[in-house]
Design a binder for this molecule. Structure first.
Ligand code: GUN
Length: 295
């Protein structure tokens, strides 16, 4: 059984990006610039954004963090967020930006995503990028699915002709990953099944998977009886579960019952250190692509 080391793969890709950036800067170009808007103080979002800012430094990018406050007493005015997005859309010094999700419940996330200029939407969430992705046109690919595809590619895991079963139909993982793996050509050509909460007899479907992707956000949901011997398992879950033995008071738990599933697999991604670092690296690759498109 192979443990697929996303952390090491991401570190190698970041070194490749840093070398490209150094060469761009030596040729007189600006360093790529990623901006992030963070609303409120959700613990998970704080960590993710801090990791993105750190990855920018590792890659030689410039980064900006824009914090907007929102509390129960003083909820964020949507107009303030939209004005910030408009400013970033127009700023020629910013190559790409993200609005960290989730947003407070009173804010319409889709309206926010649609306000972002698609040419700066390095998350690949805008319907223009989603549509281009599903038709196989050049675009910003959604970061987590792109990270998974790259992780498989760098570990010589073929997708052509394989049965891929994705559990979870979210707009940021399940649906775009299905679209990528369906495409004709390298890293595609898979037979893809997407399962969700209304799928009957889920285990009978997941057991048919050569490659099983768990992206539901329910710790330990995929148990050993749901996995075929020799399957490749990709765990996208990163739920914080209370753990009093940790200084932080929590640990990250994947969607897979790792202890019992791993011995059955030919390869598996751990949590943490599997898909997570690859997601951030994909965002860096999109930002580099955005900067190159602006040359
Ligand atoms: N929240 C969880 N994942 C993501 C992501 O990839 N991008 C943004 N903007 N928010 C997220």
């Amino acid at each position: 059984m192979q443990i697929i080391d996303g952390k090491a793969t991401a570190a190698a890709i970041k070194a490749e990006i840093a070398a490209k950036v150094a060469s761009r800067v030596a040729q007189g170009h600006r360093a790529p610039h990623l901006a992030a808007i963070l609303v409120g103080h959700d613990g998970g979002s704080e960590t993710y954004v801090a990791n993105k800012i750190k990855a920018c430094a590792d890659c030689g990018f410039k980064s900006s963090l824009i914090r907007l406050e929102s509390t129960k007493e003083t909820p964020l005015d949507l107009a303030v967020l939209m004005a910030e997005i408009d400013r970033l859309n127009k700023d020629p010094e910013v190559d790409g930006f993200i609005v960290q999700l989730p947003l407070p419940h009173h804010i319409d996330e889709q309206a926010v995503i649609e306000a972002i200029d698609p040419s700066k939407d390095v998350d690949g969430f805008h319907p223009v990028n989603v549509g281009r992705q599903s038709t196989g046109l050049p675009c910003f690919h959604s970061a987590t699915p792109a990270g998974i595809v790259e992780l498989l590619r760098r570990h010589n895991i073929e997708t052509a002709g394989k049965n891929v079963v994705i559990v979870g139909r979210s707009n940021i993982v399940g649906k775009p990953l299905a679209a990528m793996l369906l495409q004709k050509g390298p890293q595609g050509d898979a037979t893809v099944t997407v399962c969700h909460s209304a799928t009957p007899n889920l285990a009978s479907v997941t057991r048919r998977a050569d490659i099983l992707v768990a992206a539901i956000g329910r710790p330990g949901f995929i148990t050993a009886d749901m996995v075929a011997d020799g399957a490749i398992v990709v765990d996208v879950g990163t739920t914080r579960v209370p753990d009093s033995s940790r200084k932080s008071g929590f640990r990250l738990s994947g969607d897979v019952d790792y202890e019992n599933v791993a011995p059955k697999c030919s390869a598996i991604t751990p949590v943490p250190g599997g898909v997570g670092p690859m997601t951030i690296v994909s965002l860096m690759l999109n930002t580099l692509q955005a900067a190159e498109a602006r040359d």
